[in-house]
Design a protein around this ligand. Structure first.
Ligand SMILES: *Cc1c(COP(=O)(O)O)cnc(C)c1O
Length: 357
């Protein structure tokens, strides 16, 4: 059996066979150091505004993002929803890429809870939007039409890093038409590390940004919404409304602070491993990977028609866990994927195709 098990993986009885889980960067487990930071965290009642660790996380992250204020949320979905509710009212709309999380993976929260219409426009293969389509999507003042209020961007998009000049020009179009800009920066740190710029540079063109601590940063829970002081003050009421105000939540904020200190620069390792994984898999006859599309920590593999389920099952016997999405299987590198796990994924996939042919 593969020797690179982390202590926490080895001890987990519920999934003792699990060796390398490539499904998402959300599956990593808090490290021993992170767990110690939780245990040692100073806490208070955050609804009373008395949790110093939450305050420190909010101040630290909004500072890194170059915004005035920050607010800790239980999830990125809740943080994005509070942003939608903060920017838009009933009968207003937000414009977003049709592949963006805020449009397709958040249960239509803006529409369900805010009476906010989503207006999706095509997302290109690099995760970007066409400036002409953004322009065309912005509605004139006409009683037949919803009121365009917000442009939602995302970075990274399915692992694709959005170039900052492109983000800036989309934001300018929105702003010139009187719209605000929200950035779903669930993986904004991956973008910053990949581009070798500061987080604030990635967030510069957005009025508000939502940043996940529970993806590549490796915390078990949490996102921080950053924006102007006034916007965040209103978001605090919305968070209460959504049932998301929490009490001694410094134990979770401590994970975020630990992650900011220890787990940001190392995202470059995840990106390197993703590139090596892509190249290794692409070299296997029967497998296709777009290696040029690997900007950060995601790899998309096409094992060929009919092989998705069988390959997943074959890998599972060796302790490698993947989804079997068609046509492309998404593989994600993260804190619990080391070099040995990458080798194992490549080698077992090679074995699968060797016994198939
Ligand atoms: C994960 C993710 C979110 C938020 O998801 P939660 O699971 O609610 O924390 C938002 N946007 C993107 C792009 C994401 O990947």
């Amino acid at each position: 059996m593969y020797a690179g098990l982390t202590g926490s993986t080895r001890k987990a009885e519920t999934n003792a066979l699990l060796v390398a889980d490539f499904r998402s960067d959300t599956v990593s487990r808090p490290s021993a150091g992170m767990r110690k930071a939780m245990a040692d965290a100073a806490v208070g009642d955050d609804v009373y505004n008395e949790d110093p660790t939450v305050h420190l996380l909010e101040e630290t992250l909004c500072g890194l993002a170059g915004k005035e204020a920050g607010l800790f949320f239980a999830s990125g979905t809740q943080s994005n929803l509070a942003a939608l509710l903060g920017h838009c009212g009933r009968g207003e709309e937000f414009i977003a890429g049709d592949a963006y999380h805020i449009f397709c993976n958040e249960a239509g929260g803006g529409a369900v809870l805010g009476g906010i219409s989503p207006y999706p426009i095509p997302t290109d293969e690099t995760g970007g939007l066409d400036p002409a389509q953004v322009s065309a999507a912005i509605k004139p003042d006409d009683p037949h039409l919803p009121i365009s209020r917000l442009l939602c961007l995302e970075n990274t998009v399915s692992g694709r890093v959005q170039p900052l000049d492109r983000v800036a020009s989309l934001a300018r179009i929105a702003r010139d038409a009187g719209l605000s800009v929200h950035l779903d920066g669930a993986r904004a740190f991956n973008a910053a590390v990949a581009l070798d710029v500061a987080l604030a540079d990635v967030c510069e063109d957005a009025d508000s940004v939502s940043i996940c601590l529970s993806k590549g940063l490796g915390a078990p829970v949490g996102s921080v919404l950053c924006g102007s002081a006034d916007f965040i003050q209103r978001a605090k009421r919305t968070r209460k409304l959504l049932g998301g105000a929490m009490r001694q939540v410094g134990v979770l904020a401590a994970c975020g602070l630990y992650a900011l200190e220890h787990n940001v620069a190392r995202l470059a390792d995840d990106h390197e491993r993703a590139k090596r994984l892509a190249a290794g898999l692409d070299a296997i006859s029967g497998v296709n990977v777009d290696c040029h599309g690997v900007d950060s920590n995601m790899v998309f593999m096409d094992p060929g028609a009919g092989h998705h389920g069988p390959l997943r099952d074959y890998l599972a016997q060796a302790g490698v866990v993947i989804h079997a999405q068609t046509p492309l299987i998404r593989l994600v590198t993260h804190l619990d994927i080391d070099d040995g796990a990458v080798d194992l994924m490549i080698n077992v996939t090679q074995d699968y195709f060797a016994q198939e042919s």
